[in-house]
Design a protein around this ligand. Sequence first.
Ligand SMILES: [Zn+2]
Length: 180
Amino acid sequence: MTIVNYLSQYIVPFHGLGNKEHVFNFVVTDEFFKHFEDDTINGGNINVNLKVLNNINSLQLIIGLKGKLKVLCDRCLEYYDQEIDFRDFVMVEFGEETNFDTNQECVFLKKGETEINIAQLIYEFTHFALPLQHYHPDTKTGETGCNKEMLDLINKYLTVENDDIIDPRWEKLKEIKNKN
Ligand SMILES: [Zn+2]
């Protein structure tokens, strides 16, 4: 299956929908993420709920994401499942060219199009859905869910590295300062 074909399941036809709200549901699995270059998210299983409001000169897309995403833990450097439950909207206006750069207030769809592939938008929204810090969730007993052996190894490595950085001259200076 080619890339274009796989992501074509996320095409939403909006022509003739009228001004009412329309709901579409999609599923995203590990396979989805293989079609994008960035590897912050290594896979996942999420349900996508899309609401489309068809205005005369624009579309409003409300995208809800619920499920789990596979991301790297910043603390122990192993993958874990991050639960997400996220909803946001994006305005789609019609322009000369299709441009899904979500840093803008709205994205653009080429004039005359009657359908929109929301795969790229789902992908970007999965990143917005992530918390700023990526850590294994704590266990039910309140302990860290991280791989403890990995944490020990990382801590050991960090301690050694820090020892190397300390310049003996600075140590002397600190001693002198402490005496005063
Ligand atoms: Zn971890």
